[in-house]
Structure formats: structure tokens, C-alpha cells
Write a protein that binds this ligand. Structure first.
Ligand code: K1U
Ligand code: ZN
Length: 206
């Protein structure tokens, strides 16, 4: 019974902010050896100070970066998110993964993303964040952005993004700058969210 309660609590934590424990490894059998292939990474939960770290550029796409990309995609799909920044999994490097497709089969990998153009027109959009579970609020973003980045193979590409993709790119690039969407809200709202998050984390830890 006690084990069941602990398992249920861990399940609740893991679904959103996975601020305890190490990566949850999945194994692939290759030539008779059991090799960890992907991992669900713990997601930092607001108001964790580490979410405010400014990410550093990635020097090149090597095996470590390729593994991080796979793990972040796995973590984003598992958490039912449409995006994830490396900062949210406590890796302070300029890497984001996104999939805004209905079918969840069009992953987008942006390494060292830079905004090269933003529209003058802006829009108030409802946003959520895997690091601030259960909180949704309006943030004003550019309607369209053009972003230059390397893909998962290290090829430089420019993406012209509108609608949800544009909103998601701006949200994820904020994470790389150490900014969480609640920082666009009023101090009153932000403090209420902070208190709510800390209370939920205390309850999860019990
Ligand atoms: O960065 C993150 O925490 C991921 C975040 C991305 C995002 C969602 C909505 C607007 C901008 C950026 C999420 O995926 S939150 C969960 C989610 O799937 C979602 C929430 C609201 C609208 C659409 C999707
Ligand atoms: Zn977020």
C-alpha cells in the first residue's frame, strides 16, 4: 500500500516538473547488450533559480548533443508539451526542440537560434509552460519571426514562423535567456503563482 502511494506521488511529479531523481532511462538491445538509448530528463520547476541561467552557444553537433536532442524530444513528447528548452532540463546551452503538429510527428530542432527578423505586429496569446504546470496566461508576442539556427545535423537553416510556432519559438528562446513567461505578468500574479508552485512542490515532496 505504502509503495503504491509513493509510486502515485512519483508519477504525479514526473508528469510535469521532475525536480527529483535522475533521468529515467529507456534501453535498446544492440548485439545482445542492453544500451540506454533515450532518457526522460527531469524538468526544473518554477521558481527554481536555475531557470534564470543564461544559456551558452553550442560549439558543434557531436554525439553528446545528438543524445541530448533525443532525450529532450522524448521528454517533450512524454510531458505532452509543444516545446522544450535545454535550460528547463538544467542544461544551459542554446538548444530547443519543438513540435506543434497535431500528429506529433514533426520535430524541429533549433541549435544556437537567433532571431533575424520580427514583425511589428504583435498579438496577445495564451501560454503555458512545462516548468509552471497548471498556469496559463496571456503574453504579447510578435506575430511572425524569422529565426536562424542549426538543425540536428548541424546545418544552418532559416525558419519563417507564424501562429503557434512563432509563439513557441519566442517562449523557448526566452528560456535560453533565463526568462520564464510568468515574468511578463504583474508582480501580484507572479507572486501568487510562486506561492502556488512552492506549495505544490512541498506537497509532492511529502
Ligand atoms: O517551454 C515549455 O515549457 C513548453 C510549452 C511551450 C508553449 C506552450 C504554449 C505557448 C507557448 C509555448 C508547452 O508546451 S506548455 C503545454 C502545452 O502543450 C500547451 C499549452 C498551451 C497551449 C498549447 C500547448
Ligand atoms: Zn516554458
Amino acid at each position: 500500500m505504502i509503495l503504491l502511494i509513493i509510486a502515485a506521488k512519483l508519477g504525479r511529479c514526473r508528469r510535469f516538473c521532475q525536480f527529483i531523481g535522475g533521468p529515467d532511462l529507456k534501453k535498446t538491445k544492440i548485439a545482445g547488450f542492453c544500451i540506454p538509448s533515450m532518457a526522460l530528463l527531469p524538468i526544473l520547476c518554477y521558481p527554481d533559480r536555475r531557470l534564470h541561467t543564461v544559456a551558452k552557444p553550442i560549439a558543434g553537433v557531436d554525439a553528446r548533443v545528438a543524445q541530448l536532442v533525443r532525450d529532450m524530444l522524448e521528454t517533450m513528447y512524454d510531458a505532452k508539451g509543444i516545446g522544450l528548452a535545454a535550460s528547463q532540463v538544467d542544461v544551459h546551452e542554446r538548444l530547443i526542440v519543438i513540435d506543434v503538429s497535431q500528429e506529433r510527428n514533426q520535430p524541429l530542432v533549433l541549435i544556437n537560434p537567433e532571431l533575424v527578423w520580427t514583425s511589428e505586429a504583435t498579438h496577445l496569446n495564451e501560454e503555458g509552460c512545462l516548468s509552471v504546470p497548471g498556469i496559463y496566461d496571456g503574453v504579447t508576442r510578435h506575430d511572425e519571426v524569422h529565426v536562424r539556427a542549426w538543425d540536428a545535423q548541424g546545418q544552418s537553416r532559416t525558419i519563417e514562423a507564424q501562429e503557434l510556432l512563432a509563439v513557441c519559438i519566442q517562449h523557448e528562446m526566452d528560456h535560453l535567456m533565463g526568462k520564464v513567461f510568468v515574468e511578463y505578468l504583474s508582480p501580484l500574479k507572479r507572486n501568487r503563482i510562486k506561492t502556488k508552485m512552492l506549495k505544490a512542490q512541498r506537497e509532492d515532496a511529502r
